[in-house]
Design a binder for this molecule. Structure first.
Ligand SMILES: Nc1ncnc2c1ncn2[C@@H]1O[C@H](COP(=O)(O)OP(=O)(O)O)[C@@H](O)[C@H]1O
Ligand SMILES: NC(=O)OP(=O)(O)O
Length: 311
């Protein structure tokens, strides 16, 4: 029996924001992945990095202010750092969980670069929230430093540009490892955004939306399914209102209508719905699933989650 190829996109629930939280949270992510390995999926893992990339950028910038022996790290370098240390924790947690279940399977992280367009309009309209929540006063100080901030429900956060992913440079390596039945962590944080300049890849000051990049990766790998593991069991209409209802299986057309009706916020659920529409509508038979981190196996068995199909 050929295994189904599945891209699993791990959201913030799988990492928390700070390093001690991450060590604990990745164990839950590892359980989800191990369940899917046991269910015989061929898995490629992607992950969030919004809180982490913001933390790294702020830390490096502030440190360089204190000591001029250190320099500011560009956002692209912070993206690479985040892929490295998140991948490190994740691959070790998955390795342990699999070994405890008597399964040996190599797990590796690929530092992944993703091509973006230097003329992408997103560079003029930053919308990607990163880093920690700030108070109004902290946000004002942040703006004085030349950074953009945005007001969210729980406070203020920094925002950076989020250009569309065009191509994934390490796709052949990702595919080779996956074809060899190994677990691969790739496109972390949406991938490091790079601009192609002749033979040189130059890092861009941006953070790619990991949901969009996950759909791109899933399409380039010709995956059968994509699974977004987030903080809710099902996607809702009229979220957090007295009229709230949950969605079970919906078609791409229904999903598009709900987007038009404005049910999904731009900085949280919308990218997952748009990525699902993009992936599913490219080829018949594809499926996208959105559910809670702890419900991965049940959702793949269609016992829970929101499932997006062609028709
Ligand atoms: N319509 C909606 N239905 C369900 N959850 C929603 C909705 N709108 C916003 N959310 C929130 O969006 C979150 C998912 O977005 P986010 O945390 O940014 O993703 P990720 O888990 O990939 O990091 C959910 O955990 C939930 O709190
Ligand atoms: N890069 C990215 O989309 O990260 P978050 O999911 O944490 O926003």
């Amino acid at each position: 029996m050929t295994k189904k190829r599945l891209v699993v996109a791990l959201g913030r629930e799988a990492f928390g924001a700070i390093i001690p939280e991450q060590k604990k949270a990745v164990k839950r992510a590892a359980k989800a992945i191990a369940d899917l390995v046991e269910a015989k999926y061929q898995i490629i893992i992607t992950h969030s990095n919004g809180p982490q990339v913001g933390m790294l950028h702020t830390a490096m910038t502030e440190f360089s202010r204190l000591d001029n022996a250190y320099t500011v790290a560009p956002m692209s370098v912070c993206g690479a750092l985040s892929q490295g240390y998140i991948g490190y924790d994740l691959q070790n947690a998955i390795r342990s969980e699999l070994l405890e279940r008597g399964i040996y399977k190599p797990v590796s992280t690929i530092i992944t670069q993703v091509r973006v367009d230097p003329f992408d309009e997103a560079f003029h309209h930053p919308t990607k929230v990163i880093g920690r929540y700030m108070t109004k006063d902290e946000a004002a100080i942040e703006e004085e430093k030349g950074n953009y901030v945005m007001k969210e429900e729980k406070g203020f956060r920094r925002v950076v540009a989020t250009p569309k992913p065009i191509d994934i440079y390490e796709i052949d390596a990702i595919k080779a490892l996956s074809d060899a039945n190994q677990l691969v962590i790739a496109c972390g944080g949406g991938g490091i955004p790079v601009l192609e300049q002749g033979t040189h890849l130059r890092g861009a000051s941006a953070v790619i939306e990991k949901d969009t990049a996950s759909a791109k990766l899933a399409d380039m790998l010709d995956a059968d399914e994509i699974l977004f593991l987030t903080g809710v069991e099902k996607v809702c209409l009229n979220y957090h209102t007295p009229e709230e209802t949950t969605l079970n299986t919906i078609t791409v057309e229904e999903a598009k209508n709900y987007v038009r009706e404005g049910h999904f916020p731009e900085t949280s659920m919308l990218p997952k719905i748009e990525a699902s529409i993009e992936f599913v509508s490219k080829k018949p038979g594809r499926k996208a699933v959105i559910t809670h981190l702890d419900k991965a196996k049940d959702a793949m068995l269609e016992k829970t989650g929101t499932i997006i199909v062609n028709s």
